[in-house]
Ligand binder design. Structure first.
Ligand code: TXA
Ligand code: MG
Length: 327
């Protein structure tokens, strides 16, 4: 199959209307989209991504209001958060109704709902009379794509069309939250909306879903090895890791410190200005670039544990090679 990369919206609309899959830009990462109400179209997503069927998909709607067509009772705290964060990089786990196929939620009574903000994603959703199911547009387990070229590298020959919307603004996947019976907010995946901002808007403490929810739904954000480059990556204190790996060809991934006294073969600084939002935007592109280089190992440092630094640390932690052996 030939894979076309273009910014023509009408081609995307017509392919989606035919039940095809199309890669689309969102402000977090590119998604591999299909009609969320059409089981055959959804199956094509799983096939192209080589994604296990037990892994549920996020449903993208044009507005919070339109999303109400697909869910049952919504907690008032969810409505409050939506007023502030929708459209945006926040996904809500809500009780689904029968219109949403079970394949979307992998049999769970909950469906993840997101209202993307990207103007092209919005224009697309406004032109369709169904919502779009979309996982990140990469091979399962690899680094999420933040540009049309990244999608092409991962999925060329497997999908007909990539809608090019340039590089994504946020650069890291959406934060996923759910709600417990007693009104708590449960965190399923750290992402593009910071925990601090959710707590500020809601006035409620966010609880880790592993602790707050005994059901433990499988979210790939909860898998140990994920977002992983093929080159080994180790996260930790750079000076110490360097001393253990001196004789190797090393790529450095740091926030703003170039560690100029150490002899790295390549240096990737996520944000010279020490800006964690800029770092998140660069993270996946830099990991992909590092993965193309002739090096033995990537040494990465922890970001400050605040704002999007928390989500970046989570991705780096899972990108570590050690978990490929344990899992
Ligand atoms: O930013 C994003 O969220 C991107 C863009 C394209 O929207 N999408 C994305 O999708 O990252 P994906 O499929 O790569 O990751 C979504 C995560 C998965 O780990 C999945 O298991 C979890 O959301 N998820 C989806 N529906 C769920 C559900 N009903 N219950 C628990 N986890 C769910
Ligand atoms: Mg993904």
């Amino acid at each position: 199959m030939e894979t076309i990369v273009s910014n023509d919206l009408n081609t995307a609309i017509s392919l989606l209307n035919q039940g095809e899959v199309v890669a689309i830009p969102t402000e977090t990462v590119y998604g591999l989209a299909a009609n969320a109400l059409d089981t055959n179209a959804i199956l094509r997503i799983f096939e192209a991504k080589q994604r296990p069927h037990f892994n549920p998909l996020i449903v993208h709607c044009k507005s919070w209001e339109s999303a109400q067509n697909y869910v049952l009772k919504v907690p008032s705290i969810a409505h409050e958060l939506a007023k502030y964060f929708c459209p945006g990089a926040l996904s809500f786990l809500l009780n689904k109704n029968n219109i949403i196929p079970d394949l979307i939620s992998a049999g769970s009574p909950l469906v993840a709902i997101r209202i993307p903000q990207h103007p092209i994603a919005q224009a697309l959703l406004q032109s369709l009379d169904y919502p779009l199911a979309a996982p990140s547009a990469n091979e399962f387990g690899y680094i999420s794509p933040t540009s049309a070229e990244h999608v092409f590298d991962s999925l060329k020959g497997k999908i007909p069309y990539i809608l090019d919307g340039g590089s994504t603004q946020v650069g890291i996947e959406s934060t996923i939250i759910g709600f417990s019976e007693n009104g708590s907010i449960l965190l399923y995946r750290k992402g593009g909306v910071s925990i601090e901002s959710i707590e500020k808007v809601s006035g409620t403490k966010v609880i880790n879903a592993d602790i707050g929810d005994k059901l433990k739904p499988q979210s790939s954000g909860q898998l140990k090895s994920h977002y992983a480059p093929k080159t080994s990556l180790i996260l930790g204190d750079i000076e110490h890791l360097y001393s253990l790996n001196k004789n190797k060809r090393i790529g450095l991934l740091s926030l703003s410190n170039s560690y100029s006294h150490l002899n790295f073969d390549y240096r990737f600084l996520l944000s010279q200005n020490h800006d964690l939002n800029e770092a998140a935007k660069n993270l996946f592109a830099f990991l992909r670039q590092l993965d193309q280089l002739d090096i033995d190992i990537i040494l990465a440092e922890y970001m400050p544990q605040q704002g999007l630094g928390i989500a970046i640390n989570d991705r780096l932690y899972r990108a570590q090679s050690i978990f490929k052996i344990i899992d």
